[in-house]
Design a protein around this ligand. Structure first.
Ligand SMILES: [Zn+2]
Length: 74
């Protein structure tokens, strides 16, 4: 392998690394874009307090009075 081949290989590797970094940062930006896009909104049936919780919980406990509440569906 001679010098021009090594240079071409080096440039190709550098460009490839830049592309990989670009793809990863773009993927991360999309993946972590909005903080909590799928949080559920709950409204306490006892004290009326409105709060949010993770999307994977079916019932959430009111942080003010402790009552379990169903999520509000929009
Ligand atoms: Zn409550």
């Amino acid at each position: 392998m001679n010098i021009p081949h090594l240079l071409a290989l080096y440039v190709a590797l550098a460009l490839g690394a830049i592309c990989v970094v670009g793809f990863v940062s773009e993927f991360r930006r999309r993946h972590f874009g909005p903080a909590h896009p799928e949080d559920r909104v709950f409204r306490c049936g006892k004290c009326g307090f409105v709060y949010t919780d993770d999307a994977d919980v079916d019932r959430s406990r009111c942080t003010q009075c402790g009552k379990l509440n169903e999520p509000i569906e929009f």
